[in-house]
Design a protein around this ligand. Sequence first.
Ligand code: ADP
Ligand code: GN1
Ligand code: MG
Length: 358
Amino acid sequence: MNPELMEILSHFKVDSIPKEYGNGHINDTYIVKKAPGYILQRINTNVFKNPKEVMENIFNVTEHLKRKIADEGGNLKRETLSVIKTTDGENFYKSQNGNYYRMYDFIEDTVSYDNAENPNQLYEAARAFGKFQRMLSDFDAEKLHETIPKFHDTFSRFENLKTAIEKDIKGRKNSVKEEIEFALKYEEDTKVILNALKDGSIPYRVTHNDTKLNNVMLDSKTGEGVCVIDLDTVMPGSLLYDFGDALRFGASTAAEDETDLSKVHFDLEYFEAFTKGFLEEIGDTITQKETELLPFSVKVLTYECGIRFLTDYLEGDTYFKIHRENHNLDRARTQFKLVHEIEEKIPMMQEIVKKYIK
Ligand code: ADP
Ligand code: GN1
Ligand code: MG
């Protein structure tokens, strides 16, 4: 076992051996199985430059959620993450090596999916993400630190890509000419959501910002949405970020890193199930302009993720964890294939959205 973990565990009063767990691209996750069960995570400080602020956000957000869940008669043990304090009463422990660790209660009898198996999973995930946003609608956004500046600023992501192409520090540019050509065509789309937020035509809300299907736990028996996890990026943003990002991942018929692109499609049945669940929870707080932009948000958030993967590939894979050669390039390619399909399906997506707007 990683010797550092012994030091960490003693500061959380836990004496059982943790094992590596989960498929996240950012943090190192471990499970402590011995009852009552915990999740231990090393926060990725390359990504999160100020882990103390990340934990302050998560603590405040989960305390707020606990009050809301209690008001609605929900289950406090299952419906929100719960931060376990260290023996010193802190929300995290900084190891002698300077690593930051946090611990959560393990949420029992739940499962998260890397690939949806049926539309109902999308419906349930959507209800959980929608409810999460609804419960945070009266959270004071002033209290939130910006854990990653310009996180969903697609234009700034576009600029980062251009810089990575110019610098080409790994000499990979010439092997991805087609992908670069595709990526550079979309500059016009990159400012739409940002401009709408800036000119006030859509509202800022407290959003999750990383609504992958594997960031929501579903009940392993009933399949119901139980708890939204991975709260590192809860920040003021647009409802469109959460909607678009969830569908780029959840409505794909293949894994995010599938190498056989003939398997990668955007599934309208999954899109419909998610739209139904999300709008049921969000209700009539959604504005007309947001509604109009829902299908577009799926395209642009998928594109944004694609260019982030491509940028990381060009920069030598320093941001997202990779498990094989060309992993980030494979990921970028699935996203671009999806962008292309979503584009063609936008009119059909618009018809579907109309069905669920009251
Ligand atoms: P990352 O930021 O690296 O994506 P996550 O916080 O999403 O890390 O955790 C990785 C995986 O660990 C999740 O997809 C989920 O399957 C599992 N997980 C995380 N927190 C919990 C929890 N409190 N209870 C049960 N499983 C969890
Ligand atoms: C990362 O942490 P994880 O694996 O849930 C990333 C998201 C990307 C996603 C792509 C903090 O999510 O923004 O959309 O990978 N999280 C961060 O799979 O950058
Ligand atoms: Mg995650």
